[in-house]
Design a protein around this ligand. Sequence first.
Ligand SMILES: Nc1nc2c(ncn2[C@@H]2O[C@H](COP(=O)(O)OP(=O)(O)OP(=O)(O)O)[C@@H](O)[C@H]2O)c(=O)[nH]1
Ligand SMILES: [Mg+2]
Length: 426
Amino acid sequence: MEKSSTEIQPTPVVTIGLNIKDKHFDYSMDELNNLVTANNMTVTETLVQKTDHTDAATYFGKGKVQELATVLADDGVSTVVVNDELSPSQIRNLEKQTQAKIIDRTGLILEIFANRARTHEAKLQVQLAKLQYQLPRLHTSASQRLDQQTGAGGGGFTSRGSGESQYELNRRTIQNQISHIKHELKQIQKSDQTQRKQREANQIPTIALVGYTNAGKSTIMNELLERFGEADKQVMVKNMLFATLDTNVRRLTFPDNKKLLISDTVGFVSKLPHQLVSAFRSTLAEAASADLLVQVVDYSDEDRQLMMNTTEQTLKEIGVPNIPMITVMNKADLTDSHFPFREGNNLIMSAKDPKSIDELVAMVKEQVFKNYVTKELLIPFSDGQIVAELNERATVLKTEYLDSGTQLTVEMPENELHRFAKYVQA
Ligand SMILES: Nc1nc2c(ncn2[C@@H]2O[C@H](COP(=O)(O)OP(=O)(O)OP(=O)(O)O)[C@@H](O)[C@H]2O)c(=O)[nH]1
Ligand SMILES: [Mg+2]
């Protein structure tokens, strides 16, 4: 079995978690193992400790740490992934006692995001989150350097003092980088905000696809684009966690000339590191300003309810107010359920099924355009700019040229009608 030289072999790792009376513990371990796979690693063994407290020094109890060291030696594995965020000293102590590299859950998710980031903005956001994660952990690497120096009889440093000043230097460098990146992001985001304001001024309603990673958000976006958008503006779809890290906004135009903007954004996972949530706040702001959220759920996953809880918690965390929501139970083709099947604001469907997409569009339009009214307006030829404005903003169903002016049958939001009140026909 020859492998091509460019293919990188997955790194074998042991995963380990502490279960403190957590009824969703198994789910979070499954999720961790999926994250590990997503980071080109393979799980050789999973260890669990059931307890009612964490150990301040090593997070896991003595016996469990010993067991971990034995398993690592037996399997010939030198990397451990822990299902929680650890303190820097816990990482340091565990590394000493197991002779392995310890990656905590936050570090793992940061690595995945770093590998996935493609655009300049996403790269900056991930870099910011990484630096913010590193800053309080700097002590670890500085003292490691000192340990190596005293243990192995010297490296690049001549005295403990220079090690400490190195720590100070690193700290300052990181702080400088953080403020630099924040400044650059602010510049980028200022223009994003300007664009958003413009859209708001244009009165085009916006919907946002949100949900757990790998649920099918981008697939649904592409199916909609294929039929109602510009087909050359497809977004990336991949069967992997965190395929999308950027917010993509596209315009859809329906056959009745109604328009809306749709945004697809980063997927969620439980315990999304707070550094990432804050770094991605502005990317996620697209969801916060939407008129309607479409939550996409992988209906074929038995943990779907927990995934939905995760999504709702994350939305709260990023400060998304109570926006109306449609819930799409996607991937129904992988289940025995009949689809498309609608019940209230829920839709069981499959992204690959055109009938499902029709039903989704009907539901979205019903919600987004529900305050629209149809009116006949007569606009005198002297007010020609109004005809142009209506053609730009409203759905013009019919245009007729009469002696007294242009007669338009238009559909528009009820609350905008007052601006054209004087043209409305009795
Ligand atoms: N069988 C089936 N597969 C689907 C369906 N919808 C999406 N998929 C697959 O699920 C995988 C993930 O789809 P994406 O659209 O990339 O998921 P996403 O929600 O955008 O994921 P992130 O960008 O990681 O948050 C891809 O392999 C899709 O082909 C569906 O209705 N049925
Ligand atoms: Mg996606």
